[in-house]
Design a protein around this ligand. Structure first.
Ligand code: MIC
Ligand code: SF4
Length: 755
């Protein structure tokens, strides 16, 4: 029986009437995104035509998913909200904390041991509050959600930026910070600015080396890491229908890299096949009955310019395989230009490691196609030149590809199969190397490639590509290899060429698994006592934050002025720090250590203006805080790009940062800052960034008049006695200003639930 079938049935039963009402109110044909958004309005937001990109709207998502690295903080907050049970179906997935070193079995055993305290905590909180628990080894959150929970036309939020993966099954699935998850689990309305709509029309049909991944690599090149901000990307057209469901999932998953709120596809045959293959024929049958409501109206797709804010067209028949990177996912190179790019940019020409799998690309189809190349390598007597690893997305996938021989093919070509977890994708990778500082190249089928992300080495150039391409490149060992045109020399000295990959969408013998790894919560968990040890260095109960005062935002110090790219990985690094995700005080020791200091070009070297000495970023902030001095972060474009981790907001809050002032924000990070009761502000004139000096005092004299739509003033008192004054904008509405006034959104919920 599919999970939560009653909820899904009730949604589909009510759908035709709801859509009719929406169509009447808006008076025009509807895109899929609008159908999903408007049929999930919370009762506090009446049905009316909301302005895209302007109006804040309350939604009632159907479900919540959390992964272990973010669930700790989300659940620590939820425990303070004062509810006995979650208000909507919710799940926790243990995937981020498993370190990849030697291979699945050993690595999992180690993880179960070193993370025991955290897993026990997550399991008991889940049990207590009625949350489904997926134990370590079960798989990566987004793959598990696609296999078990996603349903066409549904809306969900997840505490991970790649939650949009669920768009592969026609959902609006949005990545959020833990505090947003708390809203929904506590039964409160969940707020989002009505997204803009980007339509991507896919024509033609892919063949040969091209795969779904190349669609999103191409889109990332067109839109860049900021281009999707505040928008839902809706894919349509005959090309969209020709893609497998999991291929659609890959495209939606990596839409996080262009900053999109989410991405989605209309319900079609491929989704129906996938639902049936994953034991959810009942959901498919129900969806079939309301299929016209689970995709956009034909008029919208026939004249997309009228219904979308921006339209892009991609012809799959001519789309080339791409390799994107390094250091940013939007630096897109078609394979025919890549060798030249390696040459011109001096990328290390040897490919040291190829890594496939992750939540982005670990479907049966992905692994089957990649395995077809592994088999060729063996058959054609090619000795694989690079190291090669495989991370299956779930135990169900692993079990099935083990049964069907794909894993054997990878092992025969010299690959190592890692646990069903994030592993190297999130820096949980004890990489074997003779020199951890050497400049080197790796290619992954993951989605992110920020500096230091996979192995902590800033000299590693990480590129992203489809699993097929990664496999072919690993066989060659060269960054200059183009498998479409080039040949290789085999062990017998013969020249051989790889044939294009082949594979099937779904396992011909069906999926299989012995223990999927799911633990259902008790019916009544009220008797469970959740314990957090006083002296634990992994978990710490939270103390509510205190509201900001006018006094506190007067004469603050410039703590960090970040230069250039500043992602959540720069603000709160993952990898070795993941272990402190449930301990705010300990994890705050990584705060902003990766950001480049605009005053000296170095990382984690900040002048403490009060003492005149340089120190590590967290130490300087702590000094200011403990001496009653508030501090400010300044930054450039798209600050907080990447992850949903709210630690990137909670840590500065904990360290006494009152305002973050930048040229622009990434969506989730901006919301996370607001939720924690801080000031997230943007320069009205971006050049004002240049006015900020290291030893300035920063004040916000009109904070007491903080109001929606009204700019605030920043006063910089320079040490030479001169002053600069400029305006900063903000996007707080009244409810969000109330969070600031309460100290945090959570404080506000608590006030409301206990009122
Ligand atoms: C990521 O891909 O960066 C992560 C790790 O999955 C994060 C979540 C986290 O930091 O815990 C994300 O994308 O939200
Ligand atoms: Fe895990 Fe990587 Fe996917 Fe994030 S992107 S959920 S770290 S596999």
């Amino acid at each position: 029986m599919p999970f939560d079938i009653d909820m899904i049935k009730a949604h589909y039963d009510a759908l035709p009437k709801k859509i009719e009402a929406v169509r009447k109110e808006l008076g025009r044909p509807l895109t899929l995104s609008e159908k999903i958004l408007y049929t999930h309005l919370h009762e506090e937001s009446p049905l009316q035509n909301y302005n895209r990109g302007k109006d804040y709207v309350f939604f009632a998502p159907d479900r919540v998913a959390m992964q272990d690295a973010t669930a700790q903080m989300a659940l620590l907050q939820f425990m303070m909200a004062g509810r006995d049970k979650v208000a909507v179906p919710s799940t926790v997935h243990c995937d981020h904390l498993i370190q990849a070193e030697v291979g699945a079995d050993k690595d999992l055993a180690v993880a179960n041991d070193v993370n025991k305290e955290v897993y026990d905590f997550l399991a008991s909180v889940s049990n207590k509050y009625g949350i489904g628990f997926w134990k370590p080894g079960a798989g990566i959150i987004h793959q598990i959600v696609l296999e078990n929970y996603a349903f066409p036309g549904g809306m969900m939020i997840g505490t991970d930026s790649h939650t949009p993966n669920g768009g592969g099954l026609g959902m609006v699935a949005i990545g959020v910070g833990g505090a947003d998850a708390v809203d929904v689990m506590a039964g409160m309305p969940w707020e989002l600015k009505m997204p803009k709509l980007i339509g991507v029309k896919l024509t033609g049909k892919m063949s040969g080396w091209t795969s779904s991944k190349d669609v999103i690599l191409k889109v990332a090149g067109i839109l860049t890491v900021k281009g999707g901000t505040g928008a839902i990307v809706e894919y349509f057209g005959e090309g969209a229908q020709s893609l497998s469901c999991t291929g659609k999932g890959t495209i939606c998953n990596m839409g996080a890299e262009i900053g999109a709120t989410t991405s989605t596809f209309g319900y079609d045959e491929a989704m129906s096949r996938y639902l049936r293959a994953t034991d959810r024929a009942e959901v498919a049958d129900l969806a079939d009955q309301v299929q016209e409501h689970l995709t956009g109206d034909a008029e919208c797709y026939a004249n997309p310019e009228q219904y979308f804010d921006q339209v892009i067209e991609i012809d799959l028949s001519t789309l080339e395989p791409h390799i994107n990177g390094p250091y940013t996912p939007d630096l897109a190179w078609p394979i025919s230009k890549f060798a030249e790019a390696v040459e011109e940019n001096n990328y290390p020409p040897e490919l040291e490691v190829g890594l496939i799998g992750s939540c982005t690309n670990s479907s049966y189809e992905d692994l089957d196609r990649a395995a077809s190349l592994a088999k060729q390598a063996v058959a054609k007597k090619l000795k694989v030149k690079s190291e090669f690893t495989v991370t299956p997305g779930s135990e169900q996938i692993r079990y099935t590809v083990n049964r069907d021989g794909q894993l054997k093919a990878f092992e025969e070509m010299g690959g190592v199969v890692l646990a069903n977890a994030c592993g190297p994708c999130i820096g949980q990778w004890a990489r074997h190397t003779d020199d951890p500082d050497r400049a080197n190249s790796i290619i992954t089928s993951f989605n992110r490639n920020f500096s230091k992300r996979n192995d902590g080495n800033p000299q590693t150039r990480a590129f992203v590509a489809s699993p097929e391409l990664v496999t072919a490149m690993a066989i060659s060992g060269s960054m200059k290899f183009n498998p479409l045109t080039d040949t290789l020399i085999n062990e017998d000295g013969e020249e051989v060429k790889l044939d294009p990959p082949t594979g099937v969408e779904l396992p011909p013998k069906g999926f299989a698994v012995e223990d999927a790894g799911f633990i259902a919560p008790m019916k009544d968990g009220s008797g469970i006592d959740v314990k957090v040890k006083e002296d634990s260095d992994r978990l710490q109960l939270l103390d509510p934050f205190k509201p900001l005062t006018q006094d506190q935002v007067t004469k603050m110090r410039v703590w960090v002025k970040a230069k250039g790219k500043c992602t959540t990985d720069h603000i709160s690094m993952a990898g070795p720090w993941l272990k402190y995700r449930g301990h705010l005080e300990n994890i705050s020791n990584n705060c902003y250590i990766g950001a480049v200091n605009a005053f000296n070009g170095e990382t984690n070297k900040i002048l403490n203006v009060e003492t005149g000495e340089y120190g590590a970023a967290p130490d300087v902030a702590t000094y200011y805080r403990d001496n009653g001095i508030g501090s400010v972060v300044f930054g450039e474009e798209n600050l907080g790009e990447g992850s949903s981790r709210e630690h990137a907001a909670m840590e500065p809050r904990f360290l006494g940062v009152h305002a973050v002032i930048v040229k622009s924000f990434a969506r989730i990070h901006e919301t996370n800052l607001k939720k924690q009761g801080m000031l997230a502000l943007t320069f009205v004139n971006p050049d004002d960034y240049d006015k900020v000096r290291q030893d300035d005092y920063v004040s916000i004299p009109d904070f007491k008049d903080f109001a929606p739509g009204k700019n605030l003033t920043i006063v910089l008192d320079h040490s030479d006695g001169t002053q600069d004054k400029f305006e900063v904008a903000h996007t707080y509405n009244q409810a969000q200003i109330d969070w600031v006034n309460a100290g945090s959104a959570l404080n506000k919920i608590r006030q409301e639930l206990t009122a």
